[in-house]
Design a protein around this ligand. Sequence first.
Ligand code: NAP
Length: 322
Amino acid sequence: MTNIKRERVVIIGSGPAGFAAAVYTARAQLKPVMIVGPQLGGQLGLTHEIENYPGVPSMGGMDLVEQFKQQAEHFGTELAYDVVESVDFSKGSPFTVTTTDTTYLADTVIVTIGANPRKLGVPGEDEGVGAGVSYCGTCDGFFFRGKEIVVVGGGDSAIEEAIFLTKFATKVEIIHRRDSLRAGVALQNRAFKNEKISFIWNTVVEKIDADANGTVSAVHLHNIKTGEQWVKPTQGVFIFIGHTPNSDVFGGQLAADDAGYLITDSLYRTNVEGVFAAGEVQDQVYRQVATSVGQGVGAAMSAIHWLQEHEDQLQPLESVAN
Ligand code: NAP
């Protein structure tokens, strides 16, 4: 039988925005429950190193997640290592959030479910995952020791991960569809100075080949300026071309833009009164640990305020047995 739990605050997701919301709502004595999702810390948990979070000159991504977690738990946050399967926001508060083994009835919900890496969508990509195609240098870089690999993309992620991957690979070629990078200048300069890194400009990957064992062996490239097409042997394809927000689980109950990013106002309110959203699921511009933290704080403060305002109308917590 499904476990039913009645809560004041449910936070969906465990990235920087989620933990920030957890610290604030926990310190407001609301005993938030955080539904962690498939990866504790979200994308931060998969990040090798953070050096642009103020006050933290340099720290491993997972180490920072651990600090967030300790702080949130210290103030009374409960972490549920589970994933959300569906929600029902149609009847208003309390909102129903269903995970694999529990149904939460929450007075307010803070959505910080983040975003996932975007795929190229070329033949051979899906088949190559785990066999040479990767979206995470921190997770998979180790497997490419002594190998020659390519990185696709021209943003901060692509350049940062390419630099990181030079710890393992003998050669890292960055394939970018334009002739200038979107990444910040400091990262660009580090990449240009790195002897293991070179660039293939104005070029897209059209197909990924595998050998008889299913291991990635080559990429089919197309220079979109000159029209030149060629096959480049490689042992690994790391793809960093942006992200897709994880908003499908809301089944259209929360207003989103064409790309799936949830629409919030300046108080992090969604279109459903009592449901707030913060972090990368609603931010396709900044997407920094620091901005996600700030947004999570904002969403938490709005949720706290909303609970205070609606105190008289909310059903008592005891109305449904835990
Ligand atoms: P991004 O900034 O959106 O860059 C995506 C890159 O992939 C762009 O260069 C884009 O090309 C390229 N691209 C997109 N779709 C493509 C496709 N179908 N085929 C080939 N190339 C494609 O994404 P991101 O690098 O993941 O960064 C996301 C956010 O996180 C940014 O705000 C970034 O500043 C931030 N971030 C910061 C740091 C840091 O500060 N240390 C580290 C990582 C990420 P175009 O340039 O032509 O559009």
